[in-house]
Design a protein around this ligand. Sequence first.
Ligand SMILES: [Zn+2]
Length: 162
Amino acid sequence: MDTLSHALWGRGFFGYRGHPYWSLFFGALPDLCSFGILFIISFIKNLFLSENINYRNMDLPEWLYNAYDISHSLLIAAITIMLVYLYGNKKFAFAMLAWPAHILLDFPFHTADFFPTPILWPLIEVKFNGISWATPYVWFSNITGLIVLYIFRFRNRKKILK
Ligand SMILES: [Zn+2]
């Protein structure tokens, strides 16, 4: 899924018990920690070194794959959230659940040849060949799902206010 959709799913599912912005952030976190960093580095290189980077044909650096594995592992997410739940703030840990939600959404919607989701990294290498999220019917279902979720949240909020 694209990063914005991930952030919105995170907010929709886990942003209603406080920390709405953190749930947006954690929804996007796995991509920010991998492609986001690559984007910033490329941007700075373009700006200061006037290196023209062609995003389509560029060789992806090795660290990107490592960062992708770490940030897209359910094990890493579960351990981190468990620690925050036990020793930190329980409400904050709830907002953090947007992170594993991102991983679970990526899992069926990435093909095996473009960043399959390493959900059980580093224990087991899982390579699931899913349907790309850019496939029109997946993409439109994603948007429809988000709209339904936000209508539901909006209606529930009204109920609470009454
Ligand atoms: Zn992702």
